[in-house]
Design a protein around this ligand. Structure first.
Ligand code: PXL
Length: 431
C-alpha cells in the first residue's frame, strides 16, 4: 500500500512528514512524501519556516503521481495560500481518500499556517477532505467560535462540514471523570468515541492520529472503524512517548507485536530447505491469535496464502486480522480448551511426516472425516467438528492434529504451538 503525506519537514522527527513515515512504515505501508515547507524546530522551540517554491512543489506531486498508485493522502502543514492553490488544483479530481489534519500551531508555539491564509485553507483544502481531524483548538479557529454549552461539538462540526469536508472528527474533547472523547460527524450520523486521558504535552500525537486514519481508510475500513483504530494507535504512541531531546517528549509508535513475530516466523518458514514438499494443494496459512480470541477476526493470518511455485515457496498476500478462515477456525477451537495455544499452520499430509511425529515426543491426535455427521457436512462446519472431535478426550495439549481426507478432500496436518516460533521449532523436527 502506498500512502502519501503532504506536509512540512520537522528536523526533530517528532511531527510532520518524518513522523508520518514512521507511522506508515510501522503499519507496513510505503510512505511517499511531498514537502510543502521546511521548518527549523526541536523539542523545546520553534524557529524558521521556509515554504518551498511552486515549481518544486508541483514537481514532487508530478513525480509521485506519475509513478505510483497512491492509495490515500494525508495533508498536514500547508503554510500559505500559494501552496494551498497548487495542492487544491492537483488533488481536486482525485477519487482516493484524503485526510486533512488542519495544523495551525505547533505544541512549541510556532505558526504552521499564515494567519492570512486561513480563509483560503477553508476554501481550498477543507473541501478536499474525506475526513478532517481538527483538535478542539483547531476546530474553534476553523469555525470561528468557541466550543461551549451554546456551541457544542456537533454544531462546530456541522460548520466545518458545510465548508465541504465529508466527515469531521474533533479530537481531544475533555469530559468528566478523566476521559477524553473524539466527536465524529459523518454524513448522516454523529457519535463520540471515548478513551482514558493521559496527561502529556507531547510532539506527534495529532500527526499519528491522522496518519493512522488514512492508513485505515485506504484499507477500505469505514469511518468509525478508522477513528477507533487511530484513537487506540495514538493512545499507545503517547503512552510510549520518549524523552529524546531536552524539551517535550516525542511520541513513539509501536509495531504490532503479533505482526512482527508472525512475519519473522513466516520468513524463516519459507526459507527452509525443500519446504515446498510440505505445501498442500490448497496451500498453507500460518496464523497467530491475540490473547483470548473471540472470532477469526482476532486471529492474524495471511490474506492470501503461502504458495508453491515450482520448488519455490512464496508469500502471496498480506498479514491481516481475519486473513485466514480454515486454519484460524481450527486454532479458535483448540484455544478454547487449551488457551496457551495461540499459533498454527497447515502442512501437506505425508505418511513420512506422520511416522516422524510418531517417533517424536509430540502429542498427536486425528479425526476421520468419514465419521462426520451429515448435518455438520451440510452446514460446512467440518473443521470445527473435526478439531473438537479430535481433542474431545485429550488431557494433554496437542501439538499436531491430522485427518486423512474424504472424497475430493485433501488430507491435512495441522501443527499448533504457543507462538509462531514454537510452531516453527516443531516443524523443524517433523519435516
Ligand atoms: O503536529 C503538527 C505539525 C505538523 N507538521 C509540522 C509540524 C507540526 C508540529 O510541530 O512541525 C511540520
Amino acid at each position: 500500500m502506498n500512502l502519501l503525506s503532504i506536509g512540512g519537514s520537522d528536523p526533530s522527527s517528532g511531527a510532520g512528514i518524518q513522523s508520518d513515515i514512521k507511522v506508515f512504515s510501522t503499519l507496513k505501508a510505503h510512505g511517499l512524501t511531498v514537502i510543502t515547507a521546511i521548518t527549523g524546530q526541536n523539542t523545546s522551540s520553534f524557529g524558521m519556516v521556509e515554504p518551498v517554491s511552486d515549481e518544486i512543489l508541483k514537481n514532487q506531486l508530478d513525480k509521485v503521481f506519475f509513478d505510483f498508485k497512491v492509495d490515500g493522502i494525508k495533508i498536514g502543514m500547508v503554510y500559505n495560500s500559494r501552496i494551498m492553490k497548487v495542492i487544491h488544483n492537483r488533488l481536486k479530481k482525485l477519487k482516493i481518500p484524503i485526510v486533512v489534519d488542519p495544523v495551525i500551531r505547533s505544541t512549541t508555539g510556532g505558526d504552521l499556517i499564515e494567519k492570512s491564509a486561513i480563509k483560503d485553507f477553508k476554501k481550498l483544502i477543507v473541501p478536499l477532505a474525506t475526513v478532517i481531524s481538527p483538535n478542539k483548538f483547531e476546530a474553534e479557529i476553523l469555525s470561528n467560535s468557541k466550543i461551549d454549552l451554546k456551541n457544542p461539538p456537533n454544531k462546530i462540526a456541522q460548520k466545518i462540514q458545510k465548508m465541504g469536508a465529508k466527515n469531521v472528527v474533533i479530537t481531544g474533547i475533555e469530559t468528566k471523570n478523566n476521559k477524553i472523547s473524539d466527536f465524529v460527524l459523518e454524513k448522516n450520523t454523529k457519535y463520540a468515541i471515548y478513551s482514558n486521558k493521559i496527561d502529556s504535552i507531547n510532539h506527534g500525537s495529532g500527526c499519528n492520529y491522522s496518519a493512522a486514519i488514512i492508513y485505515s481508510l485506504a484499507k477500505k475500513k469505514n469511518i468509525k472503524e478508522s477513528v477507533k483504530f487511530a484513537k487506540e494507535f495514538t493512545f499507545n504512541s503517547i503512552k510510549n512517548a520518549k524523552n529524546l531531546g531536552r524539551g517535550i517528549v516525542i511520541t513513539d509508535v509501536l509495531e504490532d507485536k503479533y505482526i512482527s513475530q508472525l512475519s519473522e516466523s513466516i520468513n524463516k518458514f519459507v526459507a527452509m530447505k525443500n519446504i515446498y514438499k510440505n505445501i498442500p494443494e490448497c496451500q498453507t496459512n500460518f496464523v497467530f491469535a491475540k490473547k483470548k480470541p473471540k472470532s477469526t477476526k482476532d486471529i492474524l493470518g495471511i490474506s492470501g496464502r503461502i504458495i508453491k511455485a515450482g520448488k519455490k515457496v512464496i508469500v502471496a498476500g498480506n498479514l491481516e486480522y481475519g486473513g485466514s478462515k480454515h486454519v484460524a477456525t481450527a486454532l479458535l477451537v483448540i484455544n478454547k480448551k487449551f488457551p496457551e495455544i495461540n499459533s498454527a499452520i497447515n502442512l501437506k499430509f505425508q505418511t513420512s511426516t506422520i511416522s516422524k511425529i510418531k517417533k517424536s515426543k509430540f502429542v498427536m491426535t486425528s479425526y476421520n472425516r468419514l465419521d462426520e455427521p451429515k448435518n455438520v457436512k451440510n452446514k460446512g462446519s467440518t473443521i470445527q467438528w473435526g478439531i473438537k472431535h479430535a481433542i474431545k478426550n485429550s488431557k494433554k495439549t496437542p501439538d499436531i492434529i491430522y485427518h486423512k481426507g474424504d472424497f475430493g478432500k485433501e488430507p491435512m496436518i495441522l501443527v499448533f504451538g504457543k507462538t509462531p516460533d514454537d510452531v516453527l521449532q516443531k516443524i523443524l523436527k517433523i519435516v
